[in-house]
Design a protein around this ligand. Sequence first.
Ligand code: G6P
Length: 594
Amino acid sequence: MCGIIGCAGRGGATLDTLVHGLSKLEYRGYDSAGVALSGSEVRVEKRAGELDALRAALDDADEDLTGSVGVGHTRWSTHGPPTDENAHPHRDCTGEVAVVHNGIIENYQELRDRLTDAGHEFESDTDTEVVPHLIEERLMAGDDPETAIRAAVDQLDGSYAIAVVVAGVDRVFAARNDSPLVLGIADDAHFLASDVPAFREFTDRVVYLEDGEFAVIDADGWRVTDGAGALVDKRVHAVDWDPEETGKSGYEHYMLKEIHEQPRALRQCLRGRVNEMEGRVSLDVDFDPERVQFVACGTSYHAALCGAHLLQRSGIPAQAFLASEYATSPPPIGEDLVVGVTQSGETADTLSALREARRRGARTLAVTNVVGSTVSRECDQTLYVRAGPEIGVAATKTFAAQVVALTMLALTTDGEQRDAIAALRDLPGNVQAVLDSSTAREVAEEYVDSEAFFFIGRGLCYPVALEGALKFKEITYEHAEGFAAGELKHGPLALVTEDTPVFAVVTGDGELARKTIGNVKEVEARDAPVIAVTDGQSDVERYADHVLRIPTSEPRTAAVLANVQLQLVAYHTAAMLGRSIDKPRNLAKSVTVE
Ligand code: G6P
């Protein structure tokens, strides 16, 4: 999704700071990029494609873009294809106002028609371009820049984070509604961005903006006001992670680095929350619901399925819903709790489902990785998964941390739980053992040219199968599907051939394992290669062409271990196919439109 950076500094480094900020926002997913620098005039450079296309255009420009105040943007197309014209920043007719925007302006057509009738000329297909023209209209009517921008923003319906520069004004103006925006405070510069990594190298002091707020930064200071213009007393937060955590640390891809960071992410997630002596979990949230509904998207939905399974195991009725389908689900009742699981805390579908839950009278709990994210501010309570920043679009360490956080949540309802707690304590080390010994690369080599890839499992291994398939399709662009193992014979078996490897996730040696082995035999009989992801407790290996081994573990933690093997298979296959692993085509890390 689009990324915004704004910077007001003193020296001549603003352009470099903006481009650096955009590079840190690349993980959000984008298809064009641009910058605007403001001095006595506003100069804009923007290009379709990757950031390198913008860098090349800046290098080739006849005149250097100078100025100590500017805005930058990475665009993920919604209105109009990814072209130079549709890339942000967008300008008004005079070229004196430049605007970058994240979100969707729902009434843009009506505004555009009115502005066109009034003589304004548009150069792009975007919804955003109405904003500079609305500002121009107010400036022409005699408003000062801040008043003009406020008046323009007041006319917008929809979701937006907007940053604006105006020729001759050494400030960046910004407004937020339903799209993330954070302000950064350094000694000699101030920043505005969609996310902290954009300016983390320059400061760890941040202010999170709320919906309806308006911010102004210049080299000397910052100010946040509400919709009516009254000053808001904002809290300055200190970011507790290191800029190095957003670098690749020698790994070829962020995804591989983040897969290897899982032991640490899980230690952080568990720290101070499990008491082995007492055999108890203590989390900083009140959790005593009669029933639970989960809402989530993508990978987080798979973690939510694990959460629902774990709660049911603890005797609490629980169900996971795809957030985008939640509006048609049965309403929560009585003491029901609705839990939103979202890595970014900004996913529009999940936020909207949680708002619907609140309208229906439910209490809400956010399970998220991002401190200060919209979900954490809107929900009654928040449980942070503490995985550290995740840059690769395909979620890896955050899934592991979500599942562990939800495991702990379920354990809080269960009294003494020594076995599970010991398994949680051992989990980071066991993940490390999988990372150290995995033969996933050999499996990837063997099957890279296959026609399609299937993933099956039962119980907690079912969401793992779904997540294995999602990871695989996201980054390899190959056809991959996850199925409940028992469903295979009800349709998908028609697709199974000798050219469709089947990954069977089988842990333990109970009823579920035995039944899944029955399904493995069904695919084996159709000559499909079988790759067993197993802890070796059952005899699934007898029917498998390859085995991806995980350490023996308590059933509640085995899912995380099995998933690591499937992450590695997806990664190595995508690497062999030469895919854009950290920024897969068409996908975005943080999807802020419904
Ligand atoms: C996007 C990402 C997925 C992610 C989903 C939910 O679609 O590409 O990797 O799982 O959003 O994101 P969230 O931040 O809510 O967990």
